[in-house]
Design a protein around this ligand. Structure first.
Ligand SMILES: [Zn+2]
Length: 317
């Protein structure tokens, strides 16, 4: 796939792969959809599968790209449906099975580096550098369950930061967290690198892939295209809380984790949210909600080691 050529074919949808490098026996390549609108306009980039097991986000993006009709578009979409193929194929948690790196800490990448670094470089060169805005779709990785929220990029100036928050509100989200501009290595580095607004949507868990999480990502993609006038119609902006207070409770002991609430449920101040027992069933530690809050992150593994995340609570109405 030559992205430049595909973008020049007005009114057409092109599918293909970009080659990144080789393993000893295979070619490492990235699946890309380029949808060149019938009329000119903004180009929006979408990345799915930067973490290859965050399936609801991948499915939401594939649905959107399948449905988009270039004859109705003023502008373009460049979508990588599964950026981290090895992670997707091997179902490893967080890290590429090839070089044991977290893909979303490698941007802007290195053309001489190992495959995760080369992938980051190629994605920035071939896709992101051609975009006016970037959306990276995520969710809970293996062992995590995350309810719907969006991270807006930091840096790039006041106007770009404001646009990133607007883009975040294009998802049907209750809250938006702003990434400090000092954080590096994420796809949102593009906000500092190219001065384009970036967001990362977070919703889902690998098992089960819930329809409401797929819809969250899908609606965000379509609504962002309305926001940039690539699609006709007015965008709907969520009335989301910005940087609400949150608690991430971590394990002081090791053993077995028992969570008491479903993802998305509301808990009252003082209510018990979970406990860790030893391997004989004795309670080692017990946790209560410090404030009225919503359960927005859950550990899905049964076993727990020192310092691992147990539950996330966000203070939203
Ligand atoms: Zn992720």
């Amino acid at each position: 796939m030559n992205v430049e050529d595909a973008l020049s074919k007005r009114g057409e949808k092109s599918y293909g792969f970009i080659e990144v490098g080789r393993t000893s026996v295979s070619t490492y390549r990235i699946p890309v959809v380029v949808i060149a609108g019938a009329k000119s306009g903004k180009t929006v980039g979408f990345l799915g599968g930067t973490h290859g097991t965050e399936y609801a986000s991948i499915e939401g993006l594939i649905r959107a790209t399948k449905e988009l009709d270039p004859s109705e578009m003023s502008g373009n979409v460049i979508a990588v449906t599964i950026l981290n193929g090895p992670h997707f194929e091997h179902r490893s948690a967080f890290l590429s099975p090839i070089d044991q790196l977290n893909q979303n800490r490698q941007f802007p990448g290195d053309p001489e580096g190992t495959l995760s670094k080369r992938t980051a470089h190629v994605v920035f060169q071939e896709v992101v550098s051609r975009c006016d805005a970037l959306v990276d779709l995520h969710g809970g990785d293996i062992g995590e369950d995350i309810d719907s929220m969006v991270i807006a990029g930091g840096g790039g100036g006041e106007e770009v930061e404001k646009m990133a928050i607007d883009m975040a509100c294009c998802f049907p989200t209750e809250y938006v967290s702003q990434l400090p501009a000092s954080v590096s290595g994420l796809t949102m580095t593009a906000q500092k690198e190219y001065g384009i607004p970036c967001v990362t949507s977070e919703a889902g868990t690998p098992y089960p892939v819930r329809e409401r999480h797929i819809q969250f990502h899908y609606e965000g993609v379509m609504n962002i295209l309305r926001y940039f006038k690539v699609l006709p119609g007015e965008p709907t902006l969520a009335n989301a809380a910005l940087n609400p207070k949150g608690y991430r409770i971590k394990a002081s002991n090791a053993g077995i984790w028992h969570g008491f609430h479903e993802l998305g449920s509301r808990v009252k101040k003082g209510e018990r949210v979970g406990e860790i027992t030893d391997l004989f069933g004795n309670v080692l530690e017990s946790h209560k909600a410090p404030e009225d809050a919503k359960v927005t992150f859950l550990r899905t593994f049964y076993s727990v080691n020192h310092g691992e995340a147990l539950i996330g609570l966000t203070v939203i109405d």
